[in-house]
Design a protein around this ligand. Structure first.
Ligand code: SAM
Length: 176
């Protein structure tokens, strides 16, 4: 989204079981206006899948493999960014989104399993998307939609090789 730098920090990824969910975290982030994802694990397959989609469907989205989550948070803050941790234990989204929205540089942390306890203290905002357990994909999607007030649904993806022509029925695309 113009004017905002939003990236995701994905922690707790287990290559043997989280590949699909982590790929979908990245694709959701990309589709809904984030600039990239830091993966706090090594999984080149996930990074390649996301890069493949980004290459064909346009726009710019980075995916960085094997980052150290502590250094990533530290560097983000040192660069003037704020850190949002999505957790059902946090303050409910509608109560805090107004404080978060004015920030231009936002790192959004999502977990897989239980996240390290330090994350709660390192985050500037611990944000719940309801106080009910669900998923990193749904919580991220709702968070981004609230952050961008729905404007991300009209995003353009320059340089796309393939583009969908919205149709009432059937499938229409442009490109190879
Ligand atoms: N049981 C784990 C724990 O205690 O942290 C949560 C696992 S959940 C499948 C994986 C991730 O989804 C969490 O780390 C969090 O980022 C996100 N998540 C799940 N439910 C959420 C909610 N209600 N609000 C915000 N984030 C949520």
């Amino acid at each position: 989204m113009p004017g905002k730098e939003v990236a995701i920090l994905r922690i707790g990824h287990r290559p043997e079981r989280d590949q699909r969910v982590t790929t979908h975290v990245g694709l959701t982030a990309r589709a809904l206006g984030a600039k990239g994802m830091y993966l706090a694990a090594s999984d080149k397959g996930v990074v390649e899948s996301i890069a493949d989609v980004a290459g064909r469907w346009g726009g710019e989205f980075f995916c960085e493999n094997d980052v150290k989550w502590r250094s990533c948070i530290k560097a983000w803050k040192a660069d003037g960014g704020v850190v949002v941790h999505l957790t059902m234990y946090g303050l409910n989204l509608p109560d805090v989104i107004g404080d978060i929205r004015p920030h231009d540089k936002i790192l959004v942390i999502v977990g897989a399993e239980k996240v390290p306890g330090d994350i709660y203290g390192l985050a500037d905002y611990n944000v719940a998307v309801t106080g009910q357990p669900h998923s990193e994909i749904s919580s991220l999607a709702l968070f981004l939609d609230h952050l961008f007030s729905g404007a991300e649904l009209k995003n353009e993806f320059p340089g796309a090789q393939i583009r969908i022509i919205p149709s009432k029925a059937g499938k229409q695309t442009e490109g190879p």
